[in-house]
Design a protein around this ligand. Structure first.
Ligand SMILES: [Fe+2]
Length: 388
């Protein structure tokens, strides 16, 4: 049966949206004062202890509820702008960010390391085997782990140049493909095999690879949801999965549409900006960028993954990374205060300086700014077999 067309505010095209008018909340002076008071009352709590009960915003509640409604049934995107970044330390900004995020949902761990607050920063020349969010350059459009309902970024430090957040409406791409290539859309509803990133898999309680296809797209109650992470690529590159020509074409056509100027929206970050995205219905990528050399001066975004128990549950067949692993990683591998930017950057700076002294600076795997296609993954795997 042909999937239904999606209607409503979730369907939008980048060039037709003025995000400053439709997706942005600018902090008022009264809100800044309320948040400042909440920070003082919250004190130097560790990240898991910053909740809606400890970071109390007495009058912002209705606003935050309206904004969360926008994420579920509006445009799916909220940018909060105008917080005075220059008045606060990086660690206080982190606490404010978690306090605001806690009004929307509960933070979940973002990898086997158990971090509740992730740093999106290029450290691929400093640390081995990093995932995409710790490498520089552009990224394909994707959805973050399925344990996360809302993905948020706070901009602590901008790049030297470039590095905009590029986002696209899944519903708009869905409708476009329904018109142009319904056969490929059906292929996406059937989906792909998934495989965990090597390091997550080593620490996972789940099978390393799915034994069936998980739908790339799913639809219920007039909402379309998407599951499209790097785990699809890992299954092809490392898990022995072969995609049919139609599956390759469907994946690449979806990415081609997402990358076309007709659909995406670029959002430039100012320091202190917080962007919240519905991680089921908005795909994200970023443009290539130019960075500084010292780690402590590089483009640095803080990422939160929020689970929203009040929202309708994600379709069970669209769950790959799940809450059991996230809880396991948090309990087993997280150490107190590990995510605070001051501590994180101090450790990385020490490692970077040591590597430079030892002349063991790592070479990143993926060339900056490249957008690999599904055809490319298969070809690379075939080439590797020939070499072996
Ligand atoms: Fe991401």
């Amino acid at each position: 049966m042909m999937p239904a067309r999606i209607e409503g505010k979730a369907v939008w095209k980048g060039p037709e949206v003025d995000y400053r008018a439709e997706m942005m909340h600018r902090f008022s002076d009264a809100e800044v004062a309320e948040i400042d008071a909440a920070l003082k009352a919250c004190g130097e709590r560790d990240i898991p202890d910053i909740t809606a009960d400890t970071f109390v915003l007495p009058t912002m509640g209705p606003t935050m509820r309206r904004l969360r409604g926008e994420l579920l049934d509006g445009r799916g995107v909220v940018l909060m702008r105008g917080f005075p970044r220059e008045r606060y330390s990086a660690d206080d900004m982190a606490r404010i960010y978690v306090g605001l995020g806690a009004q929307f949902g509960q933070p979940v761990s973002q990898s086997w390391q158990g971090q509740l607050l992730g740093s999106v920063i290029d450290i691929s020349d400093v640390v081995e085997k990093v995932r995409g969010y710790n490498a520089g350059g552009g990224q394909n459009f994707h959805i973050d782990g399925s344990a996360c309902d809302i993905v948020a970024l706070m901009c602590l430090r901008s790049a030297k140049a470039g590095g905009a957040s590029r986002i696209v409406s899944v519903a708009a791409l869905h409708n476009a493909m329904l018109d142009s290539r319904p056969d490929l859309l059906e292929t996406l509803y059937r989906g792909y095999y998934h495989r965990n990133h090597e390091m997550d898999a080593l620490h996972s309680l789940m099978p390393v690879q799915s034994d069936h296809r998980l739908p790339f797209l799913s639809q219920r109650d007039g909402r379309v949801t998407c599951l499209a992470s790097g785990c699809i690529r890992y299954a092809v590159q490392y898990g022995g999965v072969t995609m049919s020509p139609l599956e390759v074409e469907a994946y690449d056509e979806w990415q081609r549409l997402a990358r076309s100027e007709e659909f995406f929206l670029d959002m430039n970050f100012e320091e202190g900006d917080i962007q919240f995205l519905n991680n089921r219905s908005i795909m994200h990528a970023r443009t290539d960028y130019e960075d500084h050399d010292p780690v402590a001066r590089r483009r640095h975004m803080l990422r939160l993954w929020l689970r929203v128990p009040e929202w309708p549950a994600r379709e069970p067949n669209q769950i790959w990374m799940n809450e059991i692993d996230c809880r396991h990683w948090q309990d087993k591998n997280r150490t107190p205060f590990m995510e605070l930017p001051s501590r994180y950057l101090a450790e990385l700076t020490a490692t970077q300086e040591q590597r430079q002294r030892d002349r063991t600076v790592l070479k990143p795997d993926v060339p900056s700014g490249k957008y690999p296609s599904a055809r490319g993954w298969q070809e690379a795997r075939e080439a590797a077999k020939v070499d072996a």
